[in-house]
Write a protein that binds this ligand. Structure first.
Ligand SMILES: [Fe+2]
Ligand SMILES: [Fe+2]
Length: 408
């Protein structure tokens, strides 16, 4: 029986049973994304416009406008308009009426977010064509549920609805986390716990396919990556038979693993293409930055700190930021590293096509002594069908392994 937590044994041992290949169907692979929903957001609040846009990307592409951009708003195509304006100002109502005119004719539904829910404001919103009205301070998860329902993407009932709502809750919590992390504020512990709970319960539902469908629909690459890694880690820990508190630790570590990227300049983080050595050196600081953020705030478990600091370390000492080797890399970190690289490989990036699960897994195998073979084999049970998870039948793809480490 493999021993879990070689460095500082504290958690459960991995049950031997999980290393025997099971007969489950494995992951369905969908190489195509669903067509993106297009949400148009018109807001006269700069900061909220940015954070709302990121949060709304859970349902697909969202374009955000200031009300001054009347012509752009008129020309933009959208399936749903979200209008976040101060309707107590007559000038705003005149501009909004002009900007929304073409969309009123096209029949796209309008959702208004009102600063005050007075009868007068509601009457103004209705006159401008509102089909739904919510208070501007509506909690993000409730707003995202409403938007999903108006787009026809959030199903009314059925087992997948519960999981969709969990995904939306986790994504909304990520919005708060990344915003706080990027603005030097304290990380919102409640939001982190909310997302961990939503992700672990989704893992209990056992439908990783639906989780992945939602991930692919998400239009923000950072959220997409964090939600994908977290979903994989949660499923992996559950498959290994971890108890609830250990699963909580693992998923918290996954949720936070790239939190340091919130302090990396966006032009480097979102560069559409391969990084220069200098840019790569900046990105490589994110594990240390994230670790230092958590230490400065305090209250995070040592296992979480270790995962944030060391998720790019390799067992053969070739990783970063400190080039430590196998004797200093505990198993939870090894698990997150595997999920992190796998996620990067199956994600669509501007400079590379997404790999299929089989190609991605073969690439992980091709990394040889960099990754933990026992854990990698167990991971195969989470993401591959039994027919391809037999390691003997997998062909390693060593050439792709350098790119794999780069991408995570
Ligand atoms: Fe990372
Ligand atoms: Fe990552």
């Amino acid at each position: 029986m493999p021993v879990f937590y070689r460095a500082g044994t504290r958690l459960a041992r991995i049950p031997a049973a999980v290393f025997t290949l099971h007969q489950s169907a494995g992951l369905r692979w969908r190489s195509c994304r669903r067509p993106s929903a297009i949400v148009l957001l018109v807001s006269d609040r700069d900061q909220q416009r940015q954070s709302l846009q990121r949060a709304l990307s859970v349902w697909g592409a969202c374009r955000a406008f200031d009300l001054a951009e009347i012509e752009e708003i008129r020309k933009a195509a959208g399936r749903l308009l979200i209008v976040d304006l101060d309707l107590s100002r007559p000038a705003t109502i005149v501009s909004a009426s002009a900007a929304l005119a073409t969309h009123r004719q096209s029949g796209a539904p309008f959702l208004f977010l009102l600063r005050d829910m007075s009868p007068r404001s509601q009457m103004q919103a209705n006159a401008l064509g509102a089909q739904a009205i919510l208070p501007a301070e509506t909690p993000p998860s409730a707003l995202l549920d409403k938007v999903g329902a108006m787009l026809g993407l959030l199903r009314d009932s059925g087992p997948e609805t519960v999981l969709q709502r969990r995904f939306v809750r986790a994504s909304a919590a990520f919005a708060g986390l990344l915003e706080a992390a990027g603005s030097d504020g304290p990380l919102p512990v409640q939001a982190i716990n909310d997302s961990v709970e939503a992700i672990n319960r989704a893992a209990d539902d056992g439908n990783l396919d639906t989780w992945l469908d939602m991930v692919w629909q998400h239009d923000d690459a950072t959220y997409q990556h964090c939600l994908l890694v977290s979903g994989l880690v949660a499923a992996f820990a559950r498959k290994l038979g971890f108890g609830e508190s250990d699963r909580q630790l693992m998923t918290t570590a996954a949720v936070l693993h790239d939190v340091g990227k919130a302090r990396i300049p966006l032009d480097i983080l979102r560069k559409p293409g391969r990084l220069t050595p200098a840019e790569r050196a900046v990105i490589c600081q994110h594990p240390q930055i994230g670790h230092d953020m958590l230490v400065a705030q305090g209250g995070f478990a040592p296992a979480v700190l270790a995962a944030v600091l060391s998720h790019h370390e390799m067992l053969d000492g070739s990783g970063y930021p400190h080039g430590i080797g196998a004797d200093r890399i505990p198993d939870p970190v090894r698990m997150i590293t595997i999920c992190d690289i796998y996620a990067a490989l199956i994600e669509r990036r501007s400079y590379k096509a997404p790999m299929s699960p089989e190609e991605a897994f073969a690439t992980l195998i091709g990394m040889g002594d960099k990754l933990d073979r026992d854990l990698l084999r167990a991971f195969g049970n989470v993401v591959l069908s039994s027919s391809v998870a037999r390691l003997g039948k997998m062909t390693a793809r060593p050439a792709a392994s350098a790119a794999a480490e780069d991408a995570a």
